[in-house]
Design a protein around this ligand. Sequence first.
Ligand code: SF4
Length: 190
Amino acid sequence: MDHSFLRLHQFLPKSRANGPGLRAVLWVQGCSLGCAGCFNPQTHAFEGGELVSIDSLMTQLVALQDSIEGLTLSGGEPLQQRLPLLKLLRRVRQETHLTTLLLSGFTWAEIQQMPEAAELLAYLDVLIAGRYEAGQHLARDLRGSANKTVHFLTPRYNLSDLQAAPAAEVIITTTGEVLVSGIDPPRWTR
Ligand code: SF4
């Protein structure tokens, strides 16, 4: 299998509601963890989204790095594409000064069992881990539910940095697409 491509749901070059400061956000496509009440079911299918090369993602991130603070990886489940993800994170560390934040549905204990855990954790500043539990819905510190755990893996951030991020944002792209994101986005009905 070619690990030079990530299956991507969406890439947002600038966001304020997905981590500290202004950040690029990459939502991967594909997740089999099946949390009841998942807020992003359109990211579940592994055959959906678009295959995007690590090279082209790096070109975008390097071009953006002077205008943003970091990169947030979400999904879908980023750790179900671990090898291309590692390739991307390795290059982000080597070629940019961006901070890195990963949101995963796997628990901290499950991540520790992954053969790539040590390398993966070495490339992250913050990891938020654990399934979404609708009965423990929280929408604080970038955690969707209270059971999720937050791990600061370098001194670059602390809890108040996560709490400073707005719970939601609405972005209108240059093509007129309306994107709603964040840990507690508004749910509009009509
Ligand atoms: S891990 Fe995330 S994307 Fe996957 S089902 Fe749970 S909440 Fe949804």
